[in-house]
Design a binder for this molecule. Sequence first.
Ligand SMILES: Nc1ncnc2c1ncn2[C@@H]1O[C@H](COP(=O)(O)OP(=O)(O)OP(=O)(O)O)[C@@H](O)[C@H]1O
Ligand SMILES: [Mg+2]
Length: 184
Amino acid sequence: MLIVNNIEVIYDDVILVLKGMSLQVKEGQIVAVLGANGAGKTTTLKAISGLLKVEEGEVTDGTIEFMGQRINEKAPEDIVRLGIFQVMEGRCVFENLTTYENLMAATRTRRNRKQIRERFDMVLHYFPILKTRRNNLAGYLSGGEQQMLVIGAALMARNRLMMLREPSLGRSTIVNTQIFNTRK
Ligand SMILES: Nc1ncnc2c1ncn2[C@@H]1O[C@H](COP(=O)(O)OP(=O)(O)OP(=O)(O)O)[C@@H](O)[C@H]1O
Ligand SMILES: [Mg+2]
């Protein structure tokens, strides 16, 4: 599905942070990117999701292809529409919205109501605790619940490829098992 081929990333026109980065993800696969602090893991994910641009970063060499299409010049919103969803690290929820509203906010790039409903049921099936928190403000959820919520939001957006930054950070084994079991 995803082929990152030999990319180079430069921030602010001068700071070279990635060189010769390549990776491939096949359908149904979980691929982990490991590396020391500052190695460029987050930069790699931002290069794929198109979010580098908002930080004055640029892919200056190499190619990124998703489902046979070159995506390295595309805008982040178009990349989301193609089905790549980057889950932000650090419980990035809308704190003043409820669980339900957070999930619905993630469907902004979709139209089909029936599919949205199906996805909603699927998210509650994977993370039943969200059902009981449905009308609670996301800001008052526990850390693990917020992590379930951000992944639930990614599932609502009909992603084909989900990119998680530090998905198991500070989570219980049960939550981690639930998170990794959502691969389908
Ligand atoms: N917006 C930016 N502008 C300039 N330099 C940046 C920017 N973002 C990251 N960097 C630099 O790029 C390098 C790679 O950072 P990155 O965040 O990709 O590392 P990481 O592998 O995710 O590290 P960590 O394990 O600490 O999360 C670091 O040296 C960092 O200082
Ligand atoms: Mg990082």
